[in-house]
Design a binder for this molecule. Structure first.
Ligand code: NAP
Length: 307
């Protein structure tokens, strides 16, 4: 079977995916680099472990209105693991058998694991962010001061991860106040959620601690010419800046932070480590994230990293 092709619901109904199939499901999905990343890591696993000889990772374009019909079919066809991306991460919560406690708080699942009774759901985005911050910027979320920009799906996973990890302070800002309040309500129900406070993106909180990390989880920066979501000049000199956006590799936010000599990193490490963790959940094996990084950089035409 061709792992570079984009498959459809019809393909799922009519084609046999032999061996141990895995897949990412989204809409649109054509530009997803997950198949390249995962198949690179599977090739590495196969070098030392024959269990993975027939594992392969595919890409499916499934529209939201077809998702409820498609999911039981993936199960029937014995897809061991599924990654979900936009727009399925939230809808899946009502269609699966079990949900991990952190994914429940995050309100979304990006990783499903086959079980006799249905799929079990996990969310590896928060883990991916936490690993990325550690590897790229030397930031551990425990006891960190975090300024989170955004209140969409990625921000919610990040905010829940920050609270679960024991961050010191969490400042959350978003363009639309209602969405920000929804996120604060979720955090308010969690132990440690009282460490979260809101701010307006147009004016950074007064008396920020000397050190901390900004995490951009808005989509501002995806389009060329997008401005930075905040005024970087207002950040204390000891802060670091992480942008979940990885393509383009350097957003206006990162450029302005770099011009101030603040340490910066983009979201490539988050992408890699959320994927690596999904594969670890499915395979119960240690996954070579370097192979995933090389594959992703190649597919995204970004400068190679870690090699
Ligand atoms: P989402 O649910 O659609 O949320 C989008 C967020 O961006 C919302 O907070 C929205 O604010 C804000 N936003 C959009 N346009 C804006 C503007 N012009 N000014 C200020 N804020 C704006 O999307 P998502 O899934 O959370 O993804 C958010 C970003 O994270 C995307 O860039 C995505 O590519 C990235 N991401 C990266 C990874 C990774 O692995 N590196 C993983 C997931 C997501 P409103 O509420 O006001 O609309």
């Amino acid at each position: 079977m061709d792992t570079e092709k984009t498959y459809t619901l019809k393909d799922l109904e009519t084609t046999e995916f032999s061996g141990t199939p895995l897949a990412v499901i989204g809409h649109p999905i054509k530009h997803s680099v997950s198949p390249v990343m995962h198949n690179a890591a599977l090739a590495k696993l196969r070098e030392t472990d024959s269990r993975f000889i027939d594992w392969a990772y595919y890409r499916f374009d499934i529209a939201p209105e077809d998702f409820a019909q498609a999911l039981p079919l993936f199960h029937q066809r014995s897809f061991l693991g599924l990654n979900l991306t936009i727009p399925h991460k939230v809808q899946a919560m009502d269609l699966i058998h079990g949900v991990s406690p952190d994914a429940e708080c995050m309100g979304a699942v990006n990783t499903l694991v086959w079980d006799e009774l249905g799929y079990d759901g996990f969310n590896t985005d928060g883990y991916g962010l936490s690993r990325g911050l550690d590897l790229d910027l030397g930031v551990s979320l425990k006891d960190a001061n975090v300024m989170l920009l955004g209140s969409g799906g990625a921000a919610r996973a990040a905010a829940v991860q920050c609270v679960l990890s024991g961050c010191a302070q969490l400042y959350v800002g978003n363009r639309t106040p209602e969405r920000l309040q929804d996120l604060m309500a979720v955090l308010g129900g969690m132990p440690g959620g009282e460490r979260a406070q809101t701010f307006a993106l147009s004016e950074l909180p007064r008396d920020l601690p000397e050190q901390g990390v900004v995490v951009n989880a808005t989509s501002l920066g995806l389009q060329s010419g997008d401005p930075a979501p905040i005024d970087v000049a207002q950040l204390p000199a000891g802060w670091k800046v992480y942008d979940m956006i990885y393509n383009p590799a350097k957003t206006a936010l990162l450029e302005q932070a770099e011009a101030r000599d603040l340490p910066i990193a983009n979201g490539l490490s988050m992408l890699i480590h959320q994927g690596a963790h999904s594969l670890e959940i499915w395979s119960h094996s240690q996954v070579d994230s370097h192979a995933m990084m090389t594959g992703a950089c190649h597919a995204l035409k970004l400068p190679p990293r870690y090699d």
